[in-house]
Design a protein around this ligand. Structure first.
Ligand code: CP
Length: 307
C-alpha cells in the first residue's frame, strides 16, 4: 500500500489533519498554482456524484494536471465483467493518482492492496468519505475559528451516512460533544458509539429534533436519508421525511451556529433556510475544492508552498 493513500480518515494523524487544513487555506488564497504539471489523476466513479468528482477534477485542472476516468461505470469494462482488481491495475499503468468511489465498503482499501499508486477514497458504501471530512473540518474551522470544544448535532441517516462516520472519527482529536438525532432505524451504529466511548467522546442520542438540541449546537450537520442504501423501499418511505430543518427552527440558535450538509439534499433542509446566514452548505461544498487540492498534493508528495 502506498502510504500516501487516503482510505479512512483514521489513516492520518491530528497533525496531518491540521496541516491539510492549513494547505486548504493556502489553496483558497492561491487556487491556480501549477504544481501538478505532468501529473495524471484518474477519477473512477462506480457510484453517482456531483460535488466530489467535479471538485476533485476542478482541483486537478486548476493545479495544472490532467484528468482521466469515468463518471459512470457502465461505460467502462467493468460492465463487461472486469474485476475491480484488474481495473485498478490497468488504470495504475496510466495515472499517478486514483480517486475512486465505489458502492462496496472496503473497495478503496482493497484497491490499495493491488497497486502502488496512491488511492483516495471518494466514498465506499456506508463506510468512509475522508475527503468530505477534510472539507467539513475546514468549514468548521473557518466558521468557528477553532475545532476544539464544539457541540455538533448530526441529524438524519446516521446508520448509512459515511460522512458522519468519518467526521465523528476525525473529531476525536478535538474534544467534541455530539448529539445524534435519528429514528430507531437509522441510529448511529454501535461500532461508532463504541469508538466514542473508547476515545472519551461525549454523546447523547435523541429521537426528537428539539429546540433544546438545536439551540445547544455550534454545528448542525444535516444528512440525507439515502434511498440507495435500503434493500426494502417501504422502510425508506417510512423514514425519509422524519427530520426537516426549517428557518423558524433557527430563531433561537447560538449566534455562531452553522448548518452543514454534505449534499445533495432532498427534504431535510427546507429551501427557506438557504438565505439564513447560518446556512453554510453551499460554501461548504466550495471549500471542497481547496481541501481536495491539499489532499491531492499530499498524495503526490508535492509541497505547494515550497514548490
Ligand atoms: N457530498 C458528496 O459526496 O456529494 P456527491 O455525492 O455529489 O459527490
Amino acid at each position: 500500500m502506498n502510504t500516501k493513500s487516503l482510505v479512512s480518515i483514521d489513516d492520518i494523524s491530528r497533525d496531518e489533519i491540521l496541516e491539510l487544513i492549513e494547505k486548504a487555506k493556502y489553496f483558497e488564497a492561491n487556487p491556480n498554482l501549477k504544481v501538478l504539471d505532468g501529473k495524471v489523476v484518474a477519477t473512477l466513479f462506480f457510484e453517482p456524484s456531483t460535488r466530489t468528482r467535479l471538485s476533485f477534477e476542478t482541483a486537478v485542472n486548476r493545479l495544472g494536471g490532467r484528468v482521466i476516468g469515468f463518471s459512470d461505470a457502465s461505460t467502462s469494462s467493468s460492465a463487461k465483467g472486469e474485476t475491480l482488481k484488474d481495473t485498478i491495475k490497468m488504470v495504475s499503468n496510466y495515472a499517478d493518482l486514483i480517486v475512486m468511489r465505489h458502492h462496496l465498503e472496503g473497495a478503496a482499501r482493497y484497491a490499495t492492496e493491488v497497486t502502488e499508486v496512491p488511492i483516495i477514497n471518494a466514498g465506499d458504501g456506508s463506510n468512509q468519505h475522508p475527503s468530505q471530512t477534510m472539507l467539513d473540518l475546514y468549514s468548521i474551522s473557518k466558521t468557528q475559528g477553532k475545532l476544539n470544544d464544539l457541540t455538533i448535532t448530526m441529524v438524519g441517516d446516521l446508520k448509512y451516512g459515511r460522512t458522519v462516520h468519518s467526521l465523528l472519527m476525525a473529531m476525536r482529536y478535538f474534544n467534541p460533544t455530539f448529539n445524534f438525532v435519528a429514528c430507531e432505524e437509522l441510529q448511529m451504529p454501535a461500532e461508532y458509539k463504541k469508538f466514542c466511548d473508547t476515545h472519551g467522546i461525549k454523546y447523547t442520542e435523541h429521537k426528537d429534533f428539539s429546540p433544546e438540541v438545536i439551540n445547544s449546537s455550534d454545528i448542525l450537520y444535516m444528512t440525507r436519508v439515502q434511498r440507495e442504501r435500503f434493500t426494502d423501499i417501504m422502510e425508506y418511505e417510512k423514514v425519509k421525511n422524519l427530520y426537516t430543518l426549517r428557518n423558524a427552527m433557527l430563531a433561537d440558535a447560538k449566534p455562531n451556529l452553522k448548518v452543514l450538509h454534505p449534499l445533495p439534499r432532498i427534504n431535510e433542509i427546507d429551501q427557506d433556510v438557504d438565505d439564513n446566514p447560518k446556512a453554510y452548505y453551499f460554501d461548504q461544498a466550495r471549500n471542497g475544492l481547496f481541501a481536495r487540492q491539499a489532499i491531492i498534493c499530499r498524495a503526490l508528495g508535492i509541497d505547494p508552498v515550497n514548490n
